[in-house]
Design a protein around this ligand. Structure first.
Ligand code: 4NP
Length: 153
């Protein structure tokens, strides 16, 4: 297989998808796997911004510094540059299908479809909730990251 290139996409690219990126980077490092990992948002409100402070704290609690991540919006070229694009929820997946160019080659899917028992579900947006929501997000994306590593083996 060619080198895996994985893109996570949520709405703002400041809460869920940066945590998914961090979780998969950590799993890939642990496994010594060579892969490209990135994240983006369907929206453009947070382009150039660091992850939400609560997302940064959640990652730090797990020993990962994501303060250097910067928000970006998904681009048409991403559908050729990445081998897999994972949407964090069903709205993100719908938006991705709408903007996918005809020559896109990336496999597109819902992230939690990778996790047995969680098929068809989304990673809940923690942005408007309490800090506890970020714990749930981290749990979800960590399970998904481990499932992706299994899938790629
Ligand atoms: P994310 O969370 O999609 O997980 O990054 C959100 C961040 C910002 C907004 C919505 C969701 N917003 O509306 O600004």
């Amino acid at each position: 297989m060619s080198r895996p290139a994985i893109l996570f996409v949520c709405l703002g690219n400041i809460c869920r998808s940066p945590l998914a990126e961090a979780a998969l980077r950590a799993e890939a490092d642990k496994a010594g796997a060579d892969m490209l990992v990135d994240s983006a948002g369907t929206g453009d409100w947070h382009v150039g911004s660091p992850p939400d402070r609560r997302a940064q704290q959640q990652a730090l609690r797990n020993g990962i510094d994501i303060s250097g991540y910067r928000g970006r919006q998904v681009q048409p070229g991403d559908f050729r540059r990445f081998t897999h694009i994972f949407a964090l929820d069903a709205d993100n997946l719908r938006d991705l299908r709408r903007i996918r160019p005809a020559n896109g080659t990336a496999r597109l899917g819902l992230l939690m479809d990778m996790v047995p028992g969680r098929e068809g579900t989304g990673v809940v947006d923690p942005y408007f909730g309490s800090d506890a929501g970020f714990e749930v997000t981290w749990d979800d994306v960590t399970r998904a990251a481990r499932a992706i590593m299994e899938h790629l083996r």
